[in-house]
Design a protein around this ligand. Structure first.
Ligand SMILES: *Cc1c(COP(=O)(O)O)cnc(C)c1O
Length: 343
């Protein structure tokens, strides 16, 4: 049985599990009544740029949503709701259940399906799989990763196939990363699926002690922030966004193709970062390898990250994580580097 929740709107666009653009840095906890505002911060963070204070350079991300670069940029509205969540104590299992119910409504999940906010997509896979193995059997839960006595194949090998078997049969469990194109909390993800399996997954996860997933802690802030991120994502005009991403690429293309020998073409990868990309190639008139261009941009000021060609010649850039105006910085830097090495 295939689930019938807005696949085009949610699963479809989410095959692009990735991406975003920058939001001006705002500080969590900036607005509670009895707390100091960001403006009155002294000490660390007073400059408004904690990275600079630490001496860690920020980069312009023209590659994609990569955990290594910090995933994506959280939406300001998500930050605001997370700050609200930070002001109170609450039962985490109770909050997870309520959030699951709300997310199920938002996604119009069929009866008997629910959702769980996890520490990420990888965390969702681990607790989802653990739940399949243990059910609500408390001694099984405590015993993992020892599979003795559980219904599994080959006790030495994690029976990952369980997950895919279920998925192939009709998506009993599906996971998403919150810190990619959803632009939610960076250390959050979603496990969506059969209510019983989702419940078993939570039993194998923090806040419960003595579970394999105790290290995959999910805070009240992430749980609440994930709901907001999902709400905003579902209400987004995805076509308009795709047009905006394409326009940014066109801006760069127009300027760099004025250099003799430079050409561009456009493609959208089928999976992973399923968004408009631009391939940039040049002929022998320019004495640089794609790797050299990429390294020069990375070492520049500001530092720009542009990936290899996704299996194609030349460079490949995406624009879906750029802040407004960054496409022009990239165009300027590319023109400079390519012209400097033109015959
Ligand atoms: C980031 C990513 C993951 C992992 O998600 P986490 O939330 O970081 O665990 C899995 N698949 C794809 C396609 C990703 O981009």
């Amino acid at each position: 049985m295939k689930l019938n929740w807005s696949r085009r709107g949610f699963l479809g666009t989410l095959t692009a599990i990735a991406g975003s653009f920058f939001v001006p840095p705002r500080l969590l906890g900036a607005k509670p009544a009895q707390r100091e505002s960001a403006a009155s911060l002294t000490g660390f963070g007073q400059s408004g740029d904690p990275y600079q204070e630490l001496g860690v350079a920020t980069v312009i991300n023209a590659e994609g949503t990569m955990t290594m670069l910090g995933g994506s940029l959280i939406r300001a509205e998500v930050e605001a709701v997370m700050a609200q969540a930070a002001r109170h104590f609450v039962s985490i299992p109770g909050l997870e259940a309520a959030a699951g119910k709300r997310i199920a409504q938002m996604l119009k999940l069929p009866e008997g399906y629910s959702a769980l906010v996890t520490s990420g997509a990888a965390g969702a896979i681990q607790s989802g799989l653990a739940g399949i193995l243990t059910g609500d059997n408390e001694s099984f839960i405590k015993q993992l990763p020892d599979l003795t006595g559980m219904k599994s194949e080959a006790a030495d090998t994690p029976p990952v196939s369980h997950l895919w078997d279920y998925a192939d049969m009709g998506y009993d469990l599906v996971t998403f990363s919150g810190g990619k194109v959803l632009r939610g909390p960076q250390c959050a993800g979603l496990l969506i699926g059969r209510e019983d399996l989702v419940h078993f997954a939570l039993l194998n996860n923090s806040p419960y002690e003595d579970t394999l997933g105790r290290g995959q802690k999910v805070g009240k802030e992430e749980i609440v922030g994930m709901i907001k991120a999902l709400e905003l994502y579902l209400n987004e005009d995805h076509d308009a966004l795709a047009r905006e991403w394409q326009q940014r690429l066109d801006t760069v293309s127009r300027q760099i193709t004025k250099i003799p020998g430079v050409s561009t073409s456009f493609f959208t990868p089928d999976i992973a970062n399923h968004v408009p990309h631009m391939q940039i190639t040049w002929d022998a008139k320019i004495s640089l390898t794609p790797q050299q261009v990429s390294q020069t941009l990375r070492a520049g000021q500001p530092s720009i990250v542009i990936g290899g060609g996704e299996g194609r010649p030349g460079l490949a850039m995406s624009s879906f994580m750029l802040q407004p105006g960054e496409e022009q910085i990239i165009a300027d830097q590319l023109v400079k580097v390519l012209r400097e090495h033109s015959a």
